[in-house]
Design a protein around this ligand. Structure first.
Ligand code: GL7
Length: 798
């Protein structure tokens, strides 16, 4: 473990600093202060402790002439910062004492912070975990993203249906960021390209200014912080003064309005493609600002551009910033005068690309028309890259970046990357065999695997204090920075008194959650029931439908035989649907309708309850995961690239019911097949089943339980039957994600879960082994893999 802070502040110091900030930064006397005022005062106090390590880290990287890592991502799903910073700075006891002395409720202060929801789901949350691990490992790095004024929409339910409202986290001061008005770049769009003395000159028709807003990200131990640099869009001219003076105030403000739309909202789609002009502009805005900033920093330290690959590693988080290839070539050619071939080689030695999905609907494509209109110079360069690659490889004619009048961003990213990686072992195999099969044949060493991971500081130490206490008492606290040390629990899994303590820790979390579910939703969740949790974006491939159909079938069986010795179960759902994804929204509606019927059935209520708290976000995940017994990871095999929620549950001692998909495969291998509830078709079998005509109908006709469940919906037992006509029709006649084909296997495995849970000693032993064997899923391990296999960077040691 990293040494603790050399000068850890005492509770007394902290109390004084909080009072200082309350008065001098917040401008409030203690007797007038609201929870918000106190939260800001505490945040500034904690922030002060990050600034020294932050400035020190930036200086050390420069002084060592270190290679820097740049992580370009359209999403950083950070959540709250204060609690995580307290953990990483190891301030918990001192802060707790200081707040008690001030008569404040720590939980209330932490809960006052809005989630920074600058992402949709796994891809964005992964970027946030990576930022934390990069700092924990002292890897000099910058995250580059967009400072969206409105993060992911707020979800509420009206009559069981999802309603979206704008999110407004920046409507209040954000105490963690530092604005850098001196780091501003001009970003152009549209216009024309002319050739002057053999060199292309792009005259953009529009431009905006990208301004840097920095947030320090403190690592474990509190001695290193990297920057998350988010770009805000600002107008090049604030006001059209002649129009203003002529009295046309609305028109006069147009330049500002135009610029600000760029960083106004996060696109709410998750693994679906929107294809909107504004989205392409956002992607270019982020990428161009980042690359200009990277080159500025590089040129401040070096004067020879050929050193670029030795000093800079750029990671593209999915294809969203894939315009980086053409943009870097453009900057090197048009601004620095390099020939195309040199620029291409430098770019390819610097850029790398992570693929996060195989779903065809999520693979980005832009029409050549739109690309040519918004980014005319880039369209020329894309064509050059494509022609050059064809000439160099003699590739088959159906392979390439530009075809059917579309620019294929995956191919562009692949061709311009030194390394391409998938995010779990299975996914990487599928990347090689499917989406990039042809390119893989031409470049057999380019694709590598880096299985995802999650930050144990946030996802265990911070969110699960009762388990943390037990772990610290049992094996010491070294696991926090070296998660493999959890292996030390293996022996204790045999020990009855350890198992009792583990059970008590889980139960405490369940009691706490149960109280929340009762007060917020009116759901009666018995802490001795199985807490069965499925939390993730709502998507057909994730199969929340399979889960709710299982609930209906189970309810029906219990109803028929109330004395059948059922294991009580609370099913908990959480997740948002993209606003335009009506099938996913219809599943939300169904879950809520089913919950309303089942929860109030006096015959079954003791055995089955369903809770769907609205507005699932990072903070809600932090409450739900530690209280879960069962983790639902039931995607159609071959569809979930990795999953990262699955890892968080395992670390927190939930057992998984899951398919052989994404990282589930590795979780099962590591925790042991006897400690994992596997069901369903494999990726290969699923592909074959899908190709079989009439597979859905055949599977339904073979399953009595499924027929009953579908029939009950069709009869209108849960809300209005006609709300679900399309959903039922699709399940009977198409069922592209094989809900019907996997139903019986899933139902049967759930009954095995019931039996296993009824034997607490053995269940807790399995839970202990899941925790003990989850060390591999630390994002520290993932980042070490990227540093070694992709970036070729080393930590900076003091
Ligand atoms: C995702 C994958 O769907 C998910 O399985 C993976 O864990 C995550 C991080 O690698 O990336 N791909 C994707 O487009 N989104 C994801 O969450 C939105």
């Amino acid at each position: 473990m990293r040494p603790t802070l050399t000068q850890a502040p005492s509770a007394q110091d902290l109390r004084e600093k909080i009072l200082f900030h309350l008065t001098h930064t917040q401008g409030r006397g203690p007797e007038f202060a609201t929870v918000f005022d106190w939260r800001l005062a505490v945040s500034y106090t904690v922030r002060d402790l990050m600034v020294g390590p932050w400035v020190g880290a930036i200086r050390a990287a420069r002084d060592h002439g270190a290679k820097r890592v740049y992580y370009l991502s359209m999403e950083f799903l950070i959540g709250r910062i204060l609690g995580d910073a307290i953990i990483n700075l190891q301030l918990e006891p001192a802060i707790a004492e200081a707040l008690t002395q001030l008569g404040l409720d720590e939980q209330e202060i932490l809960d006052n912070e809005p989630d920074a929801a600058l992402g949709n789901g796994g891809l964005g949350r992964l970027a946030a975990c990576f930022m934390e691990s990069l700092s924990s490992l002292r890897c000099p790095a910058y995250g580059y993203g967009i400072r969206y004024e409105h993060g992911l929409f707020r979800q509420s339910f009206e009559n069981g249906q999802q309603v979206e409202r704008p999110e407004d986290w920046l409507n209040q001061p954000h105490p963690w960021e530092f604005v850098r008005i001196d780091y501003s770049y001009r970003i152009g769009f549209k216009g024309q390209v002319e050739t002057v003395d053999g060199r292309a000159v792009w005259h953009p028709g529009e431009s905006v200014i990208a301004r840097a807003y920095d947030t320090p990200v403190i690592g474990w131990g509190g001695d290193w912080a990297n920057s998350l640099r988010l770009w805000g869009a600002h107008p090049t001219t604030l006001l059209d003064l002649p129009r203003f003076n002529a009295g046309d105030y609305a028109a006069a403000a147009e330049p500002e309005a135009l610029a600000r739309t760029l960083s106004r909202v996060l696109y709410p789609d998750d693994t679906t493609e929107s294809g909107k002009e504004l989205r392409l502009k956002q992607e270019y805005f982020l990428t161009s600002a980042a690359l200009q900033d990277i080159l500025r920093r590089f040129l401040a330290e070096h004067d020879d551009l050929s050193l670029l690959p030795q000093k800079v590693a750029i990671q593209l988080n999915d294809t969203h910033p894939a315009i980086a290839g053409p943009e870097l070539i453009r900057l090197l050619m048009d601004d620095h005068g390099l020939p195309f071939e040199r620029a291409r080689d430098l770019a390819r030695a610097t850029l790398n690309y992570t693929n996060h999905t195989l779903l065809p609907e999520a693979l980005e494509r832009w029409s050549t028309w739109l690309m040519g209109r918004i980014l005319p110079r880039h369209m020329q360069i894309i064509q050059m890259i494509d022609d050059d690659h064809r000439d160099a490889t003699g590739r088959p004619s159906h392979v390439g970046i530009v075809h059917n009048d579309q620019v294929h961003m995956g191919e562009l990213a692949f061709i311009m990357a030194g390394r391409v990686n998938g995010v779990s072992a299975l996914h990487t195999d599928l990347v090689r065999d499917t989406v990039f099969a042809d390119l893989h044949k031409l470049h057999p060493d380019r694709i590598v695997n880096q299985t995802n991971g999650v930050a144990p500081r946030r996802w265990l130490r911070m969110s699960n204090p009762s388990l943390t206490r037990l772990l610290d008492d049992t094996i010491g606290n070294g696991w926090t920075g070296d998660l493999d040390q959890l292996q030390g629990l293996e022996d204790h899994a045999q020990d009855a008194s350890f198992r009792d303590s583990l059970r008590a820790a889980k139960r405490a979390n369940k009691v706490w959650l149960s109280n929340g579910l009762l007060t917020k939703l009116g759901v009666k969740a018995d802490p001795d029931a199985i807490f069965d949790v499925q939390i993730k974006r709502m998507h057909e491939y994730k199969r929340q439908l399979l889960n709710i159909l299982e609930a209906i079938a189970l309810w029906h069986r219990i109803h028929d035989d109330p004395n059948g010795g059922w294991t009580p179960r609370v099913k908990i759902f959480g997740g948002k649907a993209a606003p335009g994804y009506w099938l996913a929204k219809s599943v939300i509606h169904l879950i809520n309708d089913v919950a309303a019927t089942i929860n109030s059935d006096p015959i079954t209520s003791e055995y089955l309850q369903i809770a769907y708290p609205p507005n699932y976000n990072v903070s809600m995940a932090e409450d739900l995961i530690p209280a879960a017994d069962l983790s639902e990871q039931i995607s159609t095999a071959g569809k979930e690239a990795s999953g990262t929620g699955n890892m968080k549950f395992t670390m927190n001692g939930a057992l998984t019911i899951g398919t052989l998909d994404g990282a589930n495969v590795e979780i099962r291998e590591l925790v042991g097949s006897e400690n994992f509830f596997l069901f369903g078709l494999t990726a290969e079998e699923a592909a074959a089943e899908k190709a079989r005509p009439g597979h859905a109908r055949a599977a339904i006709e073979a399953s009595e339980d499924l027929q009953v469940a579908l029939q009950l919906i069709a009869e209108g037992r849960f809300g209005q039957a006609d709300s679900y006509y399309s959903l039922l029709d699709r399940t009977w006649n198409d069922d592209p994600f094989l809900v019907a084909s996997d139903f019986d296997a899933y139902f049967a495995m759930q009954r095995q879960v019931d039996r296993a849970f009824a034997d607490p000693a053995s269940w807790v032993r399995m839970a202990a082994l899941n925790i003990a064997r989850s060390g591999f899923f630390s994002s520290d391990r993932t980042i070490r893999g990227y540093m070694r296999d992709i970036w070729d960077v080393r930590p900076v040691t003091a």
